[in-house]
Design a protein around this ligand. Sequence first.
Ligand code: G3I
Length: 399
Amino acid sequence: MKLSVLLVISAPVLVSAQQSLWGQCGGIGYSGPQNCVAGAACTTQNAYYAQCVPGSGGGGQTTTAATTPRTTAPVTTTRTGTQPAGTGLDTLIKAKGKKYVGFAADGSGQLNDATLSNILRTEGGSLTPENSMKWESIEPNQGSYNWDTADLLVNFAQTNGKQVRGHTLLWHSQLPQWVKNINNKATLTKVIQDHAAAVAGRYKGKIYAWDVANEVIADGGGMRTSVFSQVFGDWTFLDVAFKAAKAADPNAKLCLNDYNIDYTGGKLTTFIQVVKDLKSRGVPIDCVGTQTHTSVGSSNIGNYKNTLTMLAGTGCEVQITELDIAFPSTSSSSALLNQQSNDYKTIVGACMSTSACTGITVWGVSDKNSWIKGKYPLLWDDNFQKKPAYTGFIAGINS
Ligand code: G3I
């Protein structure tokens, strides 16, 4: 009797609660507020996740999910593997209102590895191709595309109900020589447009977010020297890339991604200004990616929440796109493992307490696969055993 009275009293409170901008408002297994605050509309991202995004609706009104149909069939939601899906990091973070935990992976060596792929299936909700969608990999010669490795990852994601972060359409590194040789703005404009049309077009409807441009800010601030900045002479090569990506896949979120913007300084200042300028020119940008390659015990980690808040000030969704926390050297110790665990907790916790921060991608699964050889930066060790960092990640989600 007492219980039923309590339920009757508490029910209106639950119904009238409003989710904040970027918070979760629906999806399988979700039981929180379904109305968004004023100025936000509840939009379905996938079967497991609907989110309050800027737009009409909210303010206590009944919200409407997913008004824009995608051009492909919805991804399947079959989950396989030995670990119950309900215990994975992605499930835990979604239950707290965020969109995903993802991992970088690539190639048949990883995606067909039973242990690694089981972790991707049970712990993650998103995949980023570590190398296969980069220009040099996917279009090494003009108009000649290598789709196989990227297709493998997108198909793995579709089969297993995972989102994909596309990485990356425009980057000064891993850029084929034929692009670097271009010295004419009209030609380079057409080449960027053709590349985006081909790559983003092939995966239209299957990519949650694209790193449209990567690392365009110079270390210390200003414009990075590249064929793009030199031929255009200003930032408008970004306008070309973002508009071309929008034309190729109108429903993908379009991000500007960079590293060393997880601490204050000239690079972060320039990054934020570039994003604001893009928005003021009407360029379609939805999200900012802070890579977050950092190191154990770094003093920047204590200030991480502040930089997320600054990035959120652009009005864009903020995504942590390449998280790893490296040891200072190849020497390991329990003290370092514990500090790394604390550092993961701090960074993940900062995302949890920043409403614009919607998802976290870790740059690889096991230390064995990391690009930082021998510095133990990830959540699983060389033998795919969970490290204290994994526990720290969960503590961050629950903080
Ligand atoms: O595939 C070739 C292989 O055929 C060849 O035998 C071998 C010889 O070195 O190289 C292989 O390519 C390597 C590729 O990774 C795939 O393993 C490249 O040499 C190597 O340079 C490349 O490194 C990647 C790096 O980007 C390139 O800049 C890393 O895996 C990848 O983790 C890293 O990722 C970047 C992000 O894209 C952007 N942000 C920074 C991040 C870390 O550097």
